[in-house]
Write a protein that binds this ligand. Structure first.
Ligand SMILES: [Zn+2]
Length: 549
């Protein structure tokens, strides 16, 4: 009897505990799978930099809860004349997703902010729920811009901050959204309400610069495979998809990256180019973050923004070294803002040029490529002694690609299957959509599927992101009559690179490969239209009228 009662009250306590947990801060010790030795910890002291954010309070044992975050931001909105806080949507489990807009004028209306014509810098925190330091730094950054050391930068900049892109993941200390989708593979597919909310907000205030803040695993696979823990404070990578305009890559590489290096060095912080390794213990390949278009870093690069992935130490170590991890994000974000402030004209000119050249491009599309394999000295630390050790590894470099398949650019794509769904998703990435006003007979290419494989988990970490993406195709020359009303996505627009990456069926995680039906070869779901001369187009929305002529 007593035992039964004991279990009853125990399970009641557990249920109660879970309920409290859902509204309270996720306990940091649950996220700690690796405890650092004192000798190792010594290498990661606090950074003397003033930052204000809930979880930076002394003696904390919990990450910032959803409620604490909302209270903190509401306070900012109330006391600052520069910050406007709004909710841009809800997560799958009903948690709000806040957006902080920061401007000299404190405007809340994105359209009015856009008219100011200042560079727009977006920051995204905590897409992966178990990577809290990026989100915490976004709160500190919001405060510093709202009424702190960074407020003067608003003379020349508009800043938009999504501190917690995946609130369910944060509450449950998990990487994915509640439905187990990796949100950072979903920026083309836009299958999660969280990403739809963020892209919807970005559509109203298109970014010139995007910084996406994450954390990497300190120990786990690195210890299992190479006998060491990661040494660097941060890993950094700009957009590497081959469709990203070269002058945008150059800005990222030659302007933003060196400034970040310098800003970090001033505090004794270190960084290295972002890399990862798969879960299969026998495969010791290390790869730079991949070139899949649905990774935020690449998606925003493909839509002509300077775009960075920022990761700090963090996954698996709970709240250990938390101040230093948050400070690393903060120092990098501050550097991004200062660089944009100091180079506003140069940035805006380069982006305008990239948009124009993307719209007028006639070069072939790289639809498949191999990454160059090199040897890389990987700086690690011994997990116990903390001593530095360098292991040379086989390394796949996403910046150095060898095209394995190129394809002539079409004039546009005729979308014949699931056109509504696909055009809505493209629209969220700032793509103009046109429709045929009368029947047309066009020279086109259809796709014949040559193989439809399934990528395994182990391949996930390089480029093969979506299980349904492993479609291989060849082109078939054809002439087709397409009916009035058909949606046509023309390539003569700034988002051309993103359009091709979203619609070519063998592009990793493309809309066409995942959403369209490829079963019946006689009714192609998608056509590449060779020329749109003489084809009458009208815009689907008024805002697209300059593109659909
Ligand atoms: Zn992440």
């Amino acid at each position: 009897m007593r035992t039964a009662q004991f279990y009853l009250s125990l399970s009641a306590a557990l249920v109660l505990g879970c309920l409290v947990q859902a509204d309270g801060g996720a306990r940091a010790e649950e996220a700690a799978t690796f405890h650092q030795s004192d000798a190792l910890k010594q290498h990661y002291p606090d950074i003397p930099i003033p930052m204000t954010a809930p979880a930076l309070a002394p003696g904390r044992s919990q990450f910032t809860s959803q409620e604490e975050m909302l209270t903190f931001l509401a306070g900012l909105g109330a006391r600052s004349s520069h910050a406007a806080v709004s909710m841009i949507g809800s997560s799958q489990q009903g948690r709000k997703i806040p957006l902080v807009l920061l401007s000299k004028e404190g405007l809340a209306d994105p359209e009015r902010l856009q008219k100011l014509a200042r560079p727009v810098v977006w920051f995204i925190g905590q897409q992966h729920g178990n990577e809290p330091a990026g989100g915490e730094a976004m709160l500190a950054l919001s405060a510093a811009l709202a009424d702190g050391e960074l407020t003067p930068l608003l003379d020349r900049l508009t800043v938009a901050i999504v501190p917690r892109a995946n609130p369910d993941g944060a509450a449950n200390v998990q990487r994915t959204t509640a439905d187990h989708v990796d949100p950072n593979r979903d920026h083309v597919l836009l299958s999660t309400p969280e990403n739809v909310a963020i892209h919807g907000a970005m559509l109203r205030l298109p970014p010139d610069v995007v910084f996406d803040h994450h954390e990497f695993s300190v120990a786990r696979r690195w210890v299992e495979k190479f006998g060491g823990v990661q040494l660097s404070d941060a890993m950094i990578l700009y957009a590497t998809h081959p469709g990203v305009p070269p002058n945008i890559v150059a800005l990222a590489k030659d302007l933003y990256k060196p400034s970040i290096d310098q800003a970090m060095q001033a505090y004794g912080l270190t960084n290295i180019l972002y890399h990862t390794t798969g879960y299969n213990e026998s495969d010791k390949t290390v790869a730079m973050g991949g070139n899949a278009p649905g990774i935020a870093r690449n998606t925003f690069g493909l839509t002509n923004a300077v775009s960075f992935l920022i990761e700090t130490r963090g996954v698996g170590i709970g709240l250990e070294d938390f101040e230093r991890r948050v400070a690393s994000h903060y120092v990098i974000a501050r550097s991004a803002l200062r660089t944009t402030y100091d180079n506003a004209d140069r940035l805006q000119q380069a982006l305008a040029q990239a948009r124009q050249s993307n719209a007028g491009a006639s070069d072939d599309l790289v639809v498949a490529h191999r990454l160059k394999q090199t040897q890389l000295p990987l700086p690690l630390r011994d997990p116990q002694s903390g001593e530095e050790k360098v292991v040379t590894v086989t390394f796949l470099d996403s910046r150095q690609i060898e095209p394995t398949e190129t394809r002539a650019r079409p004039a546009g794509y005729a979308v014949l299957d699931r056109a509504d769904v696909i055009s809505d998703k493209l629209r969220l990435n700032n793509v103009a959509i046109c429709r045929l006003t009368q029947d047309a007979n066009v020279d086109a290419q259809a796709y014949a599927v040559t193989s439809a494989g399934t990528a395994t988990d182990n391949e996930d970490f390089i480029d093969k992101i979506n299980p349904k993406q492993a479609l291989q195709v060849k082109l078939i020359q054809t002439q087709r009559s397409i009916p009035a009303g058909t949606l046509v996505v023309t390539m003569s627009q700034p988002a051309a690179s993103l359009i091709a990456a979203s619609l070519e069926p063998d592009s990793p995680g493309s809309l066409s490969s995942v959403l369209m039906s490829w079963k019946d070869a006689s009714t192609p779901p998608l056509l590449r239209v060779t020329s749109l001369k003489g084809v009458r187009l009208a815009p689907l929305r008024d805002s697209d009228s300059s593109i659909c002529r």
